[in-house]
Design a protein around this ligand. Structure first.
Ligand code: NDP
Length: 273
């Protein structure tokens, strides 16, 4: 079965479930992305930081799919903030991917201490006009970063990709994003596999005949999050995509909501430079 499509605020369609490739080494990346495409994935989330854009692009070129059938996100790294630097960084990602255009380009982190994300966004807005990238968005933006960005720019980010899993449900930010027609995307959607043995999740999974990872991915889909679980194992890749034949009840969604402690696994964006 295919992933549902989500309509972004610029009118473009994006598959709701995709593959994240952070920490996927270059030597396995081409094969892994090809396997994912065979399973049915039509979206890959990479970044300049991950050092595998060229491999992601190679896998897509080899897939035989029409370019429009696959959606690729990339991100510029923190040392490329600033108007000129960001434009160059986007061009470099486009070159490394070598698939014509990039579907979605993100500012990876706001880096508030550098205080250049508005300037960086203006470069993104201009590159959008060229067609090199089809949609633009941000990542790791708190509400206050978004408020500053929205007040100083014309294009509303299509997505805000943030750390989001049952332990960090980001309810307030998800609400803010929704109010501004920004889709919320979950990174570390499985909490980096840190709570796959949680008894409440295990019980729900067993009652449905599904794995805990599948239950968590389903929770994201039902919350209307975009979601990009990473796996470098072909069986788990298939497992993570096999989530379209069941639904969590409101009661089960409620049980998962009790796991939310708004606790991060990774760095708070305000502290990242
Ligand atoms: P995830 O929550 O996706 O967890 C990945 C971990 O879970 C890996 O150790 C993987 O192991 C394991 N795993 C995956 N599927 C299963 C399964 N079915 N059963 C058991 N274990 C499983 O964390 P990530 O940090 O990778 O986040 C996902 C993606 O989000 C990244 O790849 C990246 O694209 C993006 N991201 C974006 C960030 C940002 O700042 N914008 C920051 C971090 C990530 P194995 O590979 O062995 O299966």
């Amino acid at each position: 079965m295919a992933s549902p499509l989500v309509t972004l605020n610029d009118g473009r369609l994006m598959p709701q479930l995709g593959l994240g490739v952070y920490k996927v080494n270059q030597d396995i990346a081409v094969q892994l992305v090809q396997t994912a495409i065979e399973i049915g994935y039509r979206r890959v989330d990479t970044a300049a930081l991950y050092d595998n854009e060229a491999e992601v692009g190679a896998a897509i070129r080899k897939s035989g799919l029409d370019r429009e059938e696959i959606f690729v996100t990339s991100k510029i790294w923190n040392d490329r903030h600033g108007y000129r630097e960001a434009k160059e960084a986007i061009q470099e990602s486009v070159n490394r991917l070598n698939i014509g255009y990039v579907d979605m380009m993100l500012i990876h982190w706001p880096c508030p201490k550098q205080d250049k994300f508005v300037e960086t966004w203006h470069a993104f807005e201009e590159v959008l006009e060229t067609g090199l990238v089809k949609s633009i968005g941000v990542s790791n933006f708190h509400q206050h970063h978004l408020e500053k960005l929205l007040a100083a720019s014309n294009v509303v980010p299509a997505i805000n990709q943030v750390e989001l899993h049952p332990q960090l449900a980001q309810n307030s930010l998800r609400h803010f994003n929704k109010q501004h027609n920004i889709k919320t995307e979950a990174w570390a959607p499985l909490g980096r596999a840190k709570f796959l043995e949680n008894p409440l999740l295990v019980e729900i999974a067993q009652s449905l005949g599904k794995s805990v990872a599948q239950v968590i991915i389903r929770w994201h889909l039902q919350l209307q999050n975009l979601v990009i679980p990473k796996s470098s194992n072909p069986d788990r890749l298939a497992e993570n995509f096999d989530v379209f034949d069941f639904e969590l009840s409101q009661h089960q969604m409620g049980i998962i909501a009790t796991l939310n402690t708004e606790t991060r696994i990774a760095t708070n964006p305000d502290d990242m430079n």
